[in-house]
Each structure stands twice: as structure tokens, then as C-alpha cells.
Design a protein around this ligand. Structure first.
Ligand code: URA
Length: 236
């Protein structure tokens, strides 16, 4: 890819602005040689004002989303993008969340600029499990696990039943729920269908990938073995 398009696509400025950076001699290779618009060079060797560039296109990251942040680039209020490098908002291809978490849900949120990977993760065929920790307003009735596992639960306003989901009660008002779909407000609506109300919802894992010490509000890039965990492989 052309150097100008590459650097502009990372969010460093418009093509015109990037051309100006190049003409000012601010873009070099790792040895400090000034680069021109027509130079072909691998991403890892490019420097801007002596600094390595942001992550190359085709990346995936995970964020420990706090409560109170919206999965959107435009809504009013606090956005998950506020927790990420500001240049990411100007990237092309754009950085999107892989599915969504409600504003009041915390936990593991994936973000990527790789549309193919995004679709492979959310595709129903991939059957990627999402694990939620749930706190409820009222005690569990006792029949929820069987209902959720039945594959017969029809949520309000929907025409197709939910795929079987696994519920593990952790206490009278707390549970771990594993689902392989991503319908709108799915977990909250599943418990609403049992006459209960979710008061706290936290996504602990996507596939076998867990937050593992990533603090609330923090993010990190995923490595290939993390991506393998998303698709189910477990760490030995
Ligand atoms: N289900 C919900 O109801 N909300 C979320 O944020 C995720 C799953």
C-alpha cells in the first residue's frame, strides 16, 4: 500500500496532512532515513518523529468495559472509544466493537478493524460462547436452568426461540450464564422472561478468552493465541 494512504488510514491525518509530514522529513525508517511518498516499506520500520506507528491494520483488541460507557462512536455521554487511543477514531478501516454490551454492562469487549474477523466471531455458525456473571433483584426460582437449556424460550417480540444456554446458579441471586447468541439485551430479557430483573451484568469471557487481570477501563491488543481462545481453544 502507498505510504500516504497507509499513514492516513492509521488516523494520523488526511492524505494532504500526511503528505505535508513526509515533505517536512518527519517520516523516516527505523535507521532515520527520510521517507518519500513513493517509498515502499513495512509498517514495523516506519517512524513518525522517531516514534513507531500505531498498530498495523488487521488488529483485534479487548477492553475491560466499565459500566456507564456506550458502545457507539456518536451517542451523547461516555463512549467506549473514549477509553482507547484517540487516533483509533480516525482510522480507515474503522475500529468497531464486536457486538455490543449495554451501557450498564461491564466486562470483556472486543474491538477490531478487521471486518472478516468480526463476522467470523459473531456468526451464528461460529457458536462463540459468551459467559456472563449476573446478579438478580430476586431469588432464582429454580427452573431457570432447565428453561434456558430447553431451546424453547421465546423472548418478547421475537419469532424464533433462543438456542440452548447454560445457567449455573452461584447463589440465590447470582449466576453464571453462557450463551452462544448475541440478541438485543439478551441476558436481561431472558431473566425478565422468568419474572426477575438483572441488577448487575458482567461479561467474564468470550469463548475461552477471559479478562485475566485487565483492570476496568484498560485495553490490550490480542495475540494469535488469544484469538484462538475466542474460538474455543483452552489454555493448557
Ligand atoms: N445481554 C444483555 O442483556 N446485555 C448485554 O450487555 C449483553 C448481553
Amino acid at each position: 500500500m502507498k505510504l500516504v494512504k497507509h499513514i492516513a488510514g492509521l488516523g494520523y491525518g488526511s492524505r494532504r496532512e500526511v503528505i505535508a509530514l513526509l515533505r517536512a522529513g518527519r517520516v523516516t525508517d527505523a535507521d532515520g532515513a527520510v521517507l518519500g511518498e513513493r517509498d515502499a516499506i513495512e509498517h514495523a520500520r516506519i517512524r513518525l518523529d522517531g516514534q513507531a506507528l500505531d498498530v498495523a491494520p488487521g488488529f483485534i483488541a479487548m477492553l475491560h468495559k466499565p459500566v456507564g460507557y456506550t458502545c457507539s462512536t456518536r451517542d451523547a455521554g461516555r463512549l467506549v472509544h473514549d477509553l482507547l487511543p484517540s487516533r483509533w477514531r480516525a482510522r480507515n478501516p474503522q475500529v468497531s466493537t464486536v457486538g455490543r454490551l449495554d451501557r450498564e454492562t461491564s466486562g470483556l469487549l472486543l474491538l477490531t478493524d478487521d471486518g472478516g474477523l468480526l463476522h467470523r466471531i459473531i456468526s451464528p455458525r461460529a457458536q462463540v460462547e459468551k459467559v456472563y456473571e449476573v446478579e438478580l433483584a430476586q431469588d432464582l426460582r429454580g427452573d431457570e436452568a432447565a428453561l434456558f437449556a430447553s431451546g424453547k424460550l421465546l423472548l418478547d417480540g421475537e419469532t424464533t426461540t433462543l438456542a440452548p444456554a447454560r445457567l449455573q446458579a452461584l447463589g440465590p441471586r447470582s449466576a453464571r450464564l453462557t450463551v452462544c447468541e448475541g440478541r438485543y439485551h439478551q441476558v436481561r430479557r431472558m431473566f425478565a422472561a422468568t419474572g426477575n430483573h438483572v441488577v448487575r451484568l458482567h461479561r467474564a469471557a468470550v469463548g475461552s478468552l477471559e479478562l485475566r487481570g485487565l483492570a476496568s477501563g484498560q485495553w490490550r491488543l490480542l495475540e494469535d493465541d488469544d484469538v484462538a481462545l475466542v474460538f474455543g481453544a483452552r489454555k493448557p
